[in-house]
Design a protein around this ligand. Structure first.
Ligand SMILES: NC(=O)c1ccc[n+]([C@@H]2O[C@H](COP(=O)([O-])OP(=O)(O)OC[C@H]3O[C@@H](n4cnc5c(N)ncnc54)[C@H](OP(=O)(O)O)[C@@H]3O)[C@@H](O)[C@H]2O)c1
Length: 310
């Protein structure tokens, strides 16, 4: 039962365990998904202290314990993130250390390989980098050997560029901004490349329309896609269909083929979705399709980082 472990895809778990109570059938389903992710073909599982109010990490911890109990081994490493205090919004050194300890307890781990600073929107960069700030906490953990690598994981490109420019981080996670629809993170990924950082590109489907297709109510980057983007996506779907390829496959391979991306972070909500992802990874996208998709022109992304902190 030896299966290949691929590190070009990281599986994401932001909704894992949402609305589940310990011991409920819903939790059992979530644990089954987590076991599939932890013993599956992809080398990393992405979570955070805050996902599903901590339930994502708790469910992963329950799954890890179940795998160990069976005497089996996991194939995937868990990457998590420190988050602001959910009650007060505090995001300083002390909160970073507490967040890390909470994550270890929920996951049942003694250490974490990669720990990201997640969505630091409740503090200014001066606060984050100042004495007693969040970055001090992360650096302490790395200096002590409690983590191997520290990363910055957030959305707005200008903010992310500020973090990257400090040279203090080993890894970067950007989301929804390097896809078929939105390329605004290209410059950020180039910055990170120049600095030798590991790059994660999350949400290759824009968390919606590039997986669902142009359906009513479709979203991009956690907001309504809007008529203009929906029309662009319809044209992209037709171009893909003419080559016998799904839009979903093209969206995934847009990220996988980029030399700017080390690992693409895809949300996986069930064991079936995991199987579908493995099949999508195997699709070969013909070169002509990339030319045709470029020929559709710039897609109207609903994200605009000036006003957006999602
Ligand atoms: N700031 C950050 O650090 C940050 C921000 C965003 C994301 N992330 C990470 O990146 C991960 C991925 O982001 P994401 O999940 O928001 O976006 P995503 O991976 O672009 O898209 C996930 C969506 O695509 C759908 N989908 C996936 N495979 C599908 C298939 N084969 N057929 C139909 N629909 C499919 C899923 O539907 P179903 O729900 O029906 O499966 C889900 O709605 C997150 O889970 C998280 O780990 C991190």
């Amino acid at each position: 039962m030896h299966q290949p472990v691929f590190d070009d895809i990281t599986v994401g778990t932001s909704p894992l365990g949402r609305d589940t109570r310990p011991g409920s059938p819903e939790e059992a389903d979530a644990v089954a998904t987590a076991i599939a992710l932890l013993t599956g073909p992809f080398a990393r599982v992405d979570t955070s202290n805050a996902y599903a109010d901590g339930r994502s990490e708790e469910v992963l911890g329950t799954a890890l314990a179940a795998v160990r109990e069976r005497g089996e081994r996991t194939t995937a490493e868990i990457v998590t993130k420190v988050d602001a205090d959910p009650r007060t919004g505090a995001f300083d050194r002390d909160r970073v250390l507490r967040s890390y300890e909470e994550s270890l307890a929920r996951l049942g781990l003694e250490r974490i390989g990669t720990l990201h600073l997640h969505d630091p929107y409740s503090v200014t960069t001066d606060q984050a980098f100042g004495p007693g700030g969040a970055v001090e906490g992360l650096r302490e953990l790395r200096d002590a050997g409690a983590v191997d690598a520290i990363g910055i994981a957030a959305g707005p490109v200008p903010l992310m560029r500020e973090y990257v420019a400090t040279g203090m981080f080993d890894a970067l996670l950007t989301h929804n901004r390097f896809t078929l629809v939105d390329r605004s993170a290209s410059v950020l990924l180039e910055d990170a490349r120049r600095r030798g950082m590991r790059t994660y590109n999350a949400a290759p489907f824009g968390a919606g329309i590039l997986a669902s297709g142009a359906t009513p109510g479709a979203t991009y980057g956690y907001r309504p896609a809007g008529a203009a983007l929906t029309e662009w996506v319809e044209r992209a779907e037709r171009a893909c269909a003419a080559h016998g390829i799904s839009l979903r496959a093209a969206a995934l391979h847009f990220s996988l083929r980029s030399p700017l991306v080390d690992s693409t972070v895809v949300g996986v909500s069930s064991p079936e979705r995991l199987e579908q992802l493995v099949a999508l990874r195997d699709v070969v996208v013909p070169d002509e399709l990339w030319v045709e998709l470029e020929g559709l022109g710039t897609a109207p992304s609903p994200l605009s980082d000036g006003e957006d902190a999602a």
